[in-house]
Design a protein around this ligand. Structure first.
Ligand SMILES: [Fe+2]
Length: 236
């Protein structure tokens, strides 16, 4: 139970709220600020941002002082944001944000070692089909890399994704963005867009929708435990 309590903290701060809701809100803002409504990449991404800012505004009820997180999670509101901030300072789009690399990095990609990992088996199929669709879309609008390099809107968009976070001056400080703020190849654009679409759809769904099943019976996955973890466990 204590292990799952710690895992629940990681799940809500990093996997769910931090790296889907919050991170993708930044990407949404960068997209609206830099791409016109008629830009093909805007059109491709916009449906995936639907209601994102609205639901994040609703999160304020959950994460305000004395709100639901303070009442139901051990780390409370302040701990939640401390953990999100820590996660944002290490999360990389080309590693944690790119499913095949994420699975490999966590040692979860070897079927001989872990034959029955249903999330991996299902998610990789969805990742691949999203990536395939995006590749065919990108090549339709950018028959050459040169066209992409000259697209000032997309270059400004990429630059803002990686620019250091600086309040009113913009910038979302995302690490590991392919091209690091200057997209040179269609492959880099495909990887960035695949990450965004995958995160807003598959990644969020996998961390959001099982919450009732996991958390509703506290002994299974407790958000809040009182007392202290046992310190005198006996091996048997
Ligand atoms: Fe969610």
């Amino acid at each position: 139970m204590w292990y799952n309590n710690a895992d629940a903290a990681y799940h809500q701060a990093i996997t769910h709220l931090g790296m889907t809701h919050m991170l993708m809100e930044g990407v949404t803002l960068a997209t609206h600020r830099n791409l016109s409504l008629s830009h093909p990449i805007f059109k491709l991404l916009a449906p995936h941002f639907l209601y994102l800012i609205a639901i994040n505004t609703g999160w304020e009820l959950l994460v305000s002082d004395g709100g639901w997180v303070d009442k139901t999670m051990n780390f409370g509101n302040k701990g939640l944001f401390a953990l999100i901030s820590k996660g944002l300072n290490t999360w990389r789009m080309d590693l944690e944000g790119t499913l095949p690399n994420d699975l490999k990095g966590r040692g979860l990609d070897d079927l001989n070692v872990l034959p029955c990992y249903h999330f991996r088996n299902d998610a990789i199929l969805l990742y691949e089909v999203i990536n395939k669709y995006i590749k065919s879309y990108v090549i339709l609008y950018y028959p050459t890399d040169n066209l992409l390099q000259k697209d000032t809107e997309i270059q400004k968009w990429a630059a803002e994704l990686v620019k250091e976070r600086n309040g009113s001056e913009g910038g979302f400080g995302i690490l590991g963005v392919p091209g690091n703020g200057q997209i040179q190849t269609r492959q880099q654009l495909e990887q960035i867009v695949t990450c965004i679409v995958y995160t807003c759809s598959v990644s969020h769904a996998s961390t959001n929708f099982p919450q009732y099943e996991e958390y509703a019976f506290p002994p299974n996955y407790p958000g809040l435990l009182r007392g202290r973890p046992p310190s005198d466990a006996v091996c048997c």
